[in-house]
Design a protein around this ligand. Structure first.
Ligand code: BTN
Length: 250
């Protein structure tokens, strides 16, 4: 590993239900900061908003990283989403220099308009600060076919480039980026983190289609607040939505 500590404790499982759940069970033994749990075959992958995360066995990256961001107030937990999204953005940008790589709020990674990776962060809180965080990442590497529900919406490195990728190499690049972003956050480089996140955010300062409740509306994407809520403007009025309330439509 080309990192200071991330992935030095590496738990490589042939099969697991959800790597985030494995990481959660490990927390009581206080594993080293940067412990990585990777499953070659994840059978019960969990996604945002209670969704499932499907990955063909042996084809993709499904992993979780344990950090101890005890410096981060619980009401700033979204900074972890920003930094993990940026890590994936840089990893994908260096793998795919020609492609259009974007973050779809709050933390989906799109390449050429299709989802290639998702992030599920689960935090543990102690008083006003976080005590630990599990950063779960699913990145489509070599999967070529996707279930019908994701057909036209999902992609992988292989689909984009037409050749197979060495998943371990992609993982090393990802973990290096993740650690770099995490160290930036730990050094309180918050303004840089916020502006980098916005600069790669799909639809930033544009009018976009957003599903709000059952309705699809055209709104101007003004930004994302400290809590991670999407700030949308319409007719001089600014409204904030959390992940359960709004979805950016691609
Ligand atoms: C999403 O886009 O809905 C988030 C998907 C997150 C999937 C990853 S795969 C590794 C880790 N373990 C899980 O159960 N989920 C995350």
């Amino acid at each position: 590993m080309n990192t200071l500590f991330t992935g030095h404790n590496f738990i490589d499982l042939p099969q697991a239900g959800s790597t985030n759940s494995v990481a959660h069970d490990l927390l009581s033994s206080h594993p080293a900061e940067g412990t990585v749990i990777r499953a070659r075959h994840q059978t019960g992958g969990r996604g945002q908003k209670g969704a499932q995360w499907h990955a063909e066995p042996g084809q993709n990256l499904t992993l979780s990283v344990i950090y101890y961001p005890t410096f981060l107030p619980a009401n700033r937990a979204f900074d972890l989403s920003r930094m993990a999204s940026l890590a994936l953005w840089h990893c994908l940008r260096s793998a795919l220099p020609e492609a259009s790589v974007a973050i779809k709020w709050p933390n989906d990674l799109l390449v050429n308009g299709r989802k290639i990776a998702g992030i599920l962060i689960e935090n543990q809180v102690s008083g006003p600060f976080l005590s630990s965080a599990i950063i779960g990442i699913g990145l489509n590497v070599n999967q070529e076919l996707f279930p019908e529900s994701q057909y036209k919406k999902a992609t992988s490195l292989r689909v984009i480039t037409g050749h197979e990728w060495e998943a371990d190499e992609v993982m090393h690049s990802l973990l290096q980026q993740l650690e770099g972003q995490y160290l930036g956050l730990r050094s309180q480089r918050i303004a840089a983190l916020e502006s980098a996140y916005l600069s790669h955010l799909l639809g930033y300062q544009e009018t976009i289609a957003v599903r709000i409740g059952a309705e699809v509306q055209q709104r101007h994407l003004v930004g994302v607040d400290v809590q991670g809520r999407l700030a949308l403007a319409r007719e001089g009025q600014l409204d904030y939505y959390d992940i359960k309330e709004a979805e950016v439509i691609i």
